[in-house]
Design a protein around this ligand. Structure first.
Ligand code: FAD
Ligand code: NA
Length: 386
């Protein structure tokens, strides 16, 4: 059957579009996905040996302050009360992140009141004026001072970017928040938690609709001629790829994820530890069982799944994870946006289609906006698709 709408990509953006259009507008939606599973980068599966849920494209923590998004996602899953916390290792010590009063006291070896800590960091940051900073290192020192920069920013950033911070643009960081309290929750949002029965169950329920067909292992470019110009398309793949890289490739960072099962019940006592020392080659270790303490009885005792993360520039064929967004990228993106606007019957969305880092709640929120503001007027009133 000829679909009313083709969605390219089954990540949160594509599935939100598909679900809304099938449910609210009664459209027949065909979702094309080139991977062998749906869900995009939020996909997870249970490690068969230990029963531990592993996020296959990097750790995914759900959080949002958007009430519309929160109401929407709760139609498909409930959430645990998991609250994310991150720790950072540096020179044989473990500190509680983000930078807070606990970290400052531990790092400088004595207690500070909030005002004392504020005064200390202000004095250390006075070494460089922020407006004079000509690279990332100087900018960071101008914001938090040299000691905290050298311990908690320098090595981690160098590994993330495979570039010395003195050669990185100061624009990469705008702020380096320091909390003058002991609060160490990673996210500030109103709502936070993990899907009770996992990301894949949540994503599958979004797609589980009589008018939605998901076709896996199908690259849009192999079947594009069947649909282009004939049926509305929402495309969530890489925008440069759609136009054959005519304006040049947009640059991305990727992460190599090295997964292993180790013979210990608890490897690190928490979900995420950052490694700040520059001579440790990985940036983080994730231990997935800690994301779901409530599942303890379903996990095989004596074993745990950990993932070492290594960050690097993406080459052709690598998974694009984080947009690098150099001035050159931004110039190319402007040209791609013009091409995208002029492309008849195709809407571009999601993190790859817009070359933007989007958290899950942002991808869902932006898909809900496209549904309300563009697709609904088109399908109900014949408004143009732009
Ligand atoms: P994707 O999930 O990337 O989906 C796009 C889909 O399109 C993919 O399945 C792809 O295979 C498919 N596709 C592309 N081209 C084609 C084609 N030609 N034909 C067919 N199919 C195609 N968000 C949070 O809120 N919290 C987190 O903690 C968090 N952690 C993250 C960690 C990492 C390492 C990364 C990379 C992202 C993280 N995110 C997190 C962001 C989250 O992954 C995104 O918000 C979400 O993936 C966006 O969904 P999307 O649909 O836009 O893109
Ligand atoms: Na300063």
């Amino acid at each position: 059957m000829k679909p009313d709408l083709v969605v390219v990509g089954s990540g949160f953006f594509g599935l939100t579009i598909a679900e809304r259009c099938a449910e609210e507008l009664g459209l027949e939606v065909l979702v094309l996905e080139r991977r062998s599973h749906l869900g995009g980068n939020a996909y997870s599966e249970k490690d068969p040996e230990t029963g531990i849920e592993v996020h296959k494209y990097g750790a995914h923590l759900f959080h949002t302050s958007n009430e519309k998004v929160w109401e929407y996602v709760n139609r498909f899953t409930s959430f645990t009360d998991y609250k994310h916390r991150v720790f950072g290792k540096y020179q044989g010590q473990v500190y509680s992140l983000p930078m807070n009063l606990g970290l400052i006291n531990q790092f400088f070896g004595r207690s500070h009141t909030p005002d004392e800590a504020r005064a200390l960091i202000k004095e250390q940051a006075s070494e460089i004026a922020t407006e004079d900073a000509s690279n990332l290192e100087e900018k960071a020192i101008s914001l938090i001072g040299r000691p905290l920069y050298e311990a908690f920013i320098k090595g981690y950033t160098a590994k993330q970017w495979q570039t010395d911070p003195t050669e990185l643009s100061p624009d990469i960081i705008t702020r380096l928040p320091v909390r003058y309290t002991f609060e160490n929750r990673w996210f500030n949002d109103t709502h936070e938690g993990l899907p009770v029965d996992g990301y894949t169950a949540w994503l599958e329920r979004m797609a589980d609709h009589p008018r939605i067909t998901v076709q896996l292992e199908t690259d849009f470019f192999d079947v594009a001629e069947e649909f282009k110009g004939k049926v509305p398309i929402v495309y969530t793949g890489p925008v440069d790829e759609y136009f054959n890289n005519s304006e040049g490739r947009l640059s991305w960072r990727t992460v190599d994820l090295e997964e292993s099962v180790v013979d210990v019940d608890d490897f690190q006592g928490t979900g995420v530890i950052n490694y700040n020392d520059q001579d440790v080659p990985y940036t983080r270790i994730i231990e997935f069982k800690h994301f779901h303490p409530e599942r303890e009885k379903t996990h095989l005792p004596g074993k745990t799944v950990i993932v070492h993360e290594y960050s690097r520039f993406a080459q052709e064929g690598d998974e694009p994870y984080y947009p690098i967004n150099t001035a050159e990228d931004r110039a190319k993106l402007l040209k791609y946006r013009e091409l995208a606007k002029a492309e008849p019957m195709v809407l571009f969305g999601g993190r790859l289609g817009t070359y933007k880092y989007l958290d899950m709640h942002m991808a869902i929120g932006s898909a809900l906006s496209m549904f309300n503001n563009v697709l609904t007027p088109h399908f109900t009133e014949g408004a143009e698709l732009t």
